[in-house]
Design a protein around this ligand. Structure first.
Ligand code: NAD
Length: 246
């Protein structure tokens, strides 16, 4: 018996890193998983690994910051696997620039990819969750949403926006048995690379003295995807190595 037997999940940014870890854990717990990513071959590879576990999987190449593409991708995922019980809004990017030097294009891209995508994907799945009176939405924010970071104003603003969206949406959908929550990981060992001097400084700030591993965060996303998560409402979970203790 898996914790997600019979469930259908959509995970964005699931070709690598935390998204891949969450998609694989969900599949290991019995879910069928749609793997959405702009990296098509990466999504295919993860879908293949999920099928090897005996679950169904559907890879979709999509830019989650593009509203029209998101609609098409989620419709295709639903056609292939059925209506989603679980959505993980995980896809994201990280860039670094002091605010005074920041180009508007960098700001706009960050808001589109790390915040507007959450709106687009969530809006596309909600009617299906409401119709079935069941849903679990897990939004991947960051500890920088709380703390901010030098050179990361755009990233921290987008991730703080994700928390505001999470809490507001919880007011709107909780009574339809849709649990909406957020995770704010600390620095993780993934493909999301920041400049080495930034990473070194950050590592020193961490009480645990090292970056986190995907396997130390994915279980939180599993908890929030289960039926037992119903009483968590607009909550934020903080696996962050002590970067900020809240
Ligand atoms: N790595 C960290 O230190 C860290 C810390 C806190 C929060 N996070 C958040 O965790 C999430 C996952 O990050 P990660 O560390 O696994 O990074 P990653 O770079 O390994 O994975 C991100 C994935 O998102 C995909 N992606 C990016 N832009 C996309 C777009 N427009 N459309 C579709 N897919 C897109 C990438 O192709 C990639 O597969 C992100 O939201 C990130 O902000 C990461």
């Amino acid at each position: 018996m898996g914790k997600l037997d019979g469930r259908v999940a959509i995970v964005t940014g699931a070709a690598t890193g935390l998204g891949r870890g969450i998609a694989m854990l969900y599949a290991a717990e019995g879910a069928d998983v749609a793997v959405l990513d702009r990296n098509g071959p990466g999504a295919e590879a993860v879908a293949k690994a999920i099928r090897a576990l005996g679950r169904r999987s559907f890879p979709v190449q999509v830019d989650v910051s593009d509203e029209a593409s998101v609609k098409i991708a989620i419709a295709a995922a639903i056609e292939a696997l059925g209506p989603p019980d679980i959505l993980v809004n995980n896809a994201g990017i990280a860039t670094v620039s002091l605010l005074e030097d920041m180009q508007t294009a960098m700001w706009d891209e960050m808001i589109r990819v790390n915040l507007s995508s959450v709106f687009f994907c969530t809006r596309a799945v909600l009617p299906h969750m409401r119709a079935r009176q069941y849903g679990r939405i897990i939004n991947i924010s960051s500890q920088l949403a709380h703390k901010g970071g030098e050179g990361m104003a755009h990233y921290a603003a987008a991730k703080a926006g994700v928390l505001g969206l999470t809490r507001s949406l919880a007011y709107e959908v909780t009574r339809d048995n849709i649990a909406v929550n957020a995770i704010c990981p600390g620095p993780l060992l993934t493909d999301m690379r920041l400049p080495p001097e930034w990473a070194a400084k950050k590592q020193n700030e961490l009480v645990i003295g090292r970056q986190g591993r995907v396997e130390e965060v994915a279980p939180t996303a599993l908890l929030l995807a289960t039926e037992e998560a119903a009483f968590y409402v607009g909550a934020t979970f903080n696996p962050n190595g002590g970067d900020i203790m809240i």
